[in-house]
Design a protein around this ligand. Structure first.
Ligand code: SF4
Length: 415
């Protein structure tokens, strides 16, 4: 177990430890229902918990529903108007619930609760616009990734079909009330590689009408030229979740992905997309992410994945395995946080050494993963020159982005 002082002094360590251990909710929190954003099961198959902001301004999603969280040394307790995080019976830190916007209780014009069209994950909007991933309905046997909860979510917390108009309505509400800067679209696998065809009408309209930053997380399309098209459309991020770098373990954990794509197709798409940043509209930033799950393969293998991703010019997204209720892996133990510290330290080091543009996008706080820039305090190395370069990029990019938004959303004329 980490010392309480280490957790107080290093918010990244606290965020990591909470992913691995979860927290118990004291009765003082649950009487009258939990406030904040509630406990919506979020997309991407790894979220389930309480959206909160830790000391140091780190947004997170704390597991509270799973059995492992009931054994956690952390307890969340209400005292007066405030929430506190206790650790092994000792008060550790104040906790702030992520704000619940008014649109969370509103409906679209078509009568759907807006949270069944999109939900906030930290400070961005996540949308899973299409039907359930085909691996969940494959015959004669499902071939879903064993950690995944997407097939459990759909139709429960999420609407299965969402029109472009409905999504646009929720995007506008989230922009107006929550100040989002980024919308992330996520799909599973669809027979015939139709996921990009499904997403493009949403992407085109939202970019044209709002100018917001857009991201796409789908399996790797067989026609890599489709990513040139996304780049030209103004998409800003593509993400490929291969989850596991160890080939034998990849086959075991992700049978559908292995059968339909194979690990190499994921790696080829990442390598290809990482070359596109200099090729599209210069006003639209572009990043490529390779996403893995730490805790389902040895830490050394996760580190090899991070090294590979950064070497080709992409940015790793490293999730922490969460044995969600109802999934095939619900009875597995969550990973040991201490064993994962070197993985997240390497995440920061590898991005800084490769000169990758981390932490430059305006107002993007992610609750479901530790971002590379959040891991600086886990590394013993300092990168003064690269930090200065990133600060300058952030300023330039922020100014560019605000100018663009003003064109879409001009301030009201003076009276
Ligand atoms: S591809 Fe795997 S992780 Fe993604 S939605 Fe399908 S089963 Fe879940």
């Amino acid at each position: 177990m980490f010392a309480a002082d280490a957790l107080r002094e290093t918010p990244a360590l606290l965020k990591l430890d909470l992913y691995c251990k979860g927290a118990r909710l004291d009765a003082s929190c649950t009487e009258g229902g939990i406030a904040g954003r509630g406990l919506l099961r979020t997309r991407a198959g790894l979220g389930s918990g309480l959206e909160a902001v830790l000391p140091g301004g780190l947004w997170t999603n704390i597991p509270v529903l799973e059995p492992f969280a009931q054994r956690s040394p952390y307890t969340i307790r209400r005292e007066g108007d405030g929430l506190w995080l206790d650790y092994a019976g000792e008060r550790l830190a104040a906790l702030t619930l992520s704000p619940r916007p008014a649109w969370y209780d509103a409906q679209t014009g078509s009568g759907k609760p807006m949270t069944r069209v999109g939900t906030l994950q930290g400070t961005y909007l996540g949308v899973y616009p299409a039907k359930v991933c085909d691996y969940w309905v494959e015959q004669p046997e499902k071939t879903n990734c064993h950690f995944c909860s997407v097939g459990l979510n759909l139709g429960v917390d999420d609407a299965s079909e969402k029109s472009v108009e409905e999504v646009l309505e929720v995007v506008r509400a989230a922009r107006r009330e929550s100040g989002i800067t980024y919308v992330d679209f996520n799909t599973g696998h669809y027979e015939g590689d139709t996921y990009l065809d499904i997403l493009e009408p949403y992407l085109r309209r939202i970019k044209q009408e709002t100018g917001l930053l857009l991201g796409v997380q789908t399996p790797p399309h067989h026609d890599l030229k489709r990513y040139d098209h996304l780049r030209a459309l103004g998409v800003n991020r593509v993400s490929f979740c291969f989850e596991i770098f160890d080939r034998a373990r990849f086959r075991e954990v992700c049978p559908g992905k292995d059968a339909h794509y194979g690990l190499d197709r994921y790696l080829d798409a990442i390598r290809y997309c990482a070359t596109l940043s200099s090729k599209g509209p210069s006003s639209e930033p572009w990043v490529t992410n390779g996403e893995i799950i730490a805790g389902l393969e040895p830490p050394e293998s996760s580190i090899r994945a991070i090294n590979w991703i950064t070497k080709v010019g992409a940015i790793p997204t490293v999730c922490v395995f969460r044995p969600l209720r109802g999934t095939d892996y619900e009875d597995l133990d969550p990973p040991d946080a201490e064993a994962l510290v070197p993985v997240f330290a390497r995440l920061y080091d590898a991005c800084m050494l490769a000169g990758l543009p981390i932490g430059c996008a305006p107002n993007i706080h992610v609750s479901l993963v530790l971002l590379p820039e959040e891991c600086a305090s886990l590394s013993s190395r300092r990168y003064y020159l690269q930090s200065l370069k990133l600060a300058a990029m952030k300023t330039v990019f922020g100014a560019q982005y605000r100018r663009r938004l003003r064109r879409h959303d001009p301030p009201a004329p003076r009276a």
